[in-house]
Write a protein that binds this ligand. Structure first.
Ligand code: CMP
Length: 153
């Protein structure tokens, strides 16, 4: 089963939107495999956002992402990396389509509520930053048979 890394960012916790957004992922039928609350350190931020460290917006991004706790999670499911990215919408909440999570709840490029991996390579790398293999649970929800037909997973 494909896995993706999802992070509910500080603006999501400060605005009390974790439950509402988590519900959208659960209702879609994505399988929650791991979840923890933590505070990101500047060193972790540089590791997570390695590809952005040299960009002009990085200092502001690091200040934002370390400002309050985050909730890190792993979700599983068929094509889950693409599905979650499409549910989030465009990076900027101002540009994200109505009906997407950012389109509905964000009006910012930086404070866009949720991060999700953009490729299998990113998912593997990001999951390893936040979780040990033992923290990622493999389980079969009883109702899985009512979300997907046999052979779809
Ligand atoms: P995320 O999906 O977590 O990946 C990188 C993050 O950097 C992005 O969401 C935004 O929070 C932030 N970001 C991307 N582009 C910009 C930008 N031009 N200005 C400020 N923040 C940005």
């Amino acid at each position: 089963m494909e896995k993706t890394f999802v992070m509910f960012k500080p603006d999501c916790l400060e605005r009390g939107l974790v439950g509402r957004i988590l519900t959208r992922f659960e209702e879609k039928g994505l399988r929650l495999l791991a979840m923890k609350m933590l505070r990101i350190t500047p060193a972790m931020a540089k590791q997570h956002y390695a590809e952005h460290v040299e960009k002009p917006f990085y200092p502001g991004l690091e200040e934002f992402i370390t400002a309050s706790p985050v909730v890190a999670a792993v979700f599983g499911g068929p094509e889950v990396i693409r599905v979650v990215r499409e549910m989030l919408g465009a990076t900027s909440g101002l540009k994200a389509a109505a009906g997407t999570i950012r389109g509905d709840y964000s009006a910012s490029r930086q404070m866009n509520l949720v991060h999700a991996s953009d490729s299998p390579e990113s998912a593997d790398r990001e999951i390893t930053i936040y979780f040990t293999p033992a923290e990622i649970l493999s389980w079969d929800p009883s109702l899985a048979c009512w979300f997907q037909a046999p052979g779809e997973i």
